[in-house]
Design a protein around this ligand. Sequence first.
Ligand SMILES: C[S@@+](CC[C@H](N)C(=O)[O-])C[C@H]1O[C@@H](n2cnc3c(N)ncnc32)[C@H](O)[C@@H]1O
Length: 424
Amino acid sequence: MASNDPLLSRLAEAISRNTKILVDHVKRNGLPQPSFEPDGPLRTRFESDDAASAARLALIEATKELHILALGPEETTRFFCFNEIYLLGAMQVLCHFKVPQNVPDVGEISFHELSSRTGLSEALLPRFLRMAAANYYFSELRPGFVCHTPWSRTLAHDEGMQACVWFRYAEMLPAVSKFVDMVKEFPDSPEPQDTAFRIAFGDSFFGYKEKHPEHMLKFGQFVSAFASGETADSADSIAKAYPWDRLPEGSLIVDVGGGAGHISAAISREHPHLRFQVQDIADLQEASTSLAKHQGVSDRVSFTPHNFFDAQPAQGAAVYFLRILHGWSDVYCRRILKPITDAMGPNSRIVISDIIQPQANTIPKTQEARVRAVDLTMLSMFNSKERSYEDWERLIAGVDSRLRITSVVGRPGMRRDNLIEVQL
Ligand SMILES: C[S@@+](CC[C@H](N)C(=O)[O-])C[C@H]1O[C@@H](n2cnc3c(N)ncnc32)[C@H](O)[C@@H]1O
């Protein structure tokens, strides 16, 4: 189609072309076609095929653009987030009362029966449920009776999916509603406690969770569900993406703030010639020791309690691996990186696993919006940030003028995060 054709027509043509690629891919591989039928697939794996994966992303982008153009600027603004905000409320009520679990996987259930099974008022249940159904979660195929769609089925048996709704409702929304107060009270503060979250909840993100263990539990479920998505990078992809195999036999990798050490364990399984020292708060020693034992790597992965703001005990390691920095402002990142730099030998390197924020308009808008949302999540919860390449360069130069970014491993080895290698 010619580039001077109207935008609406060009988008419609892109939609048609990319839809055909997806339909053919699904047919060719004998997969179920995506549908709203109760037994429709929960997920169609397009990522394994480059052409289908690209067509899917192009389709998401073109349909969104066509949708917003069809709505028009005024209509878009008039109804801004109107649907989303009440959908979120409705979904959390339905999840709280275990409505998804009480709708049968096959067949339908009446509102009356669903209300008596869940304890959700018979007057209110249809109001919340119809809001969800208007957004493809559940379907009221005949009046007063409900069945699942694949979308509502995701919530029926998976606590992680329920936690995705819960986290947005119970923590993100209250925190976001304090953004203006945060910006006014703490303009440009580097302090981790100066957050919208603390204004909303009266405590820091993890301080609040210590006092409310049910929040910690659900947050953990949310993180696992979020991290298992198709754009997330697993410990295994980190193990495969970086040239760990080029490091000499017996090289020491220090996993700074490594939690229980799941990334070290994954790299170590893939590269048995390396040794790992996981460093984190002492509370994690037991979990880390048991994880290494469970994964059969305890001879190569050990745990050392260490506060990462203190002098680095492991001098001259081959790699200092950090997957923590997006949780801290620049001032604190420099305090974390300085003791590591002081401990580095001439062949040491720092490998940072984090997002590199794209330049504006360099990736499709739907993907860009997602990384911008992650950045603002970090701001609201931790007063921290996701960084662009230039931000990383500036941060690293501010630690020690001898430090340089020497390579960045990104796609296709990694989908979302990058591995940023830094050397003296
Ligand atoms: C978001 S988790 C990341 C864990 C791991 N790097 C990963 O990517 O899964 C941040 C980790 O930093 C640890 N941490 C926070 N403050 C620390 C400190 N001052 N010294 C050492 N570890 C710390 C936490 O205990 C937690 O395990």
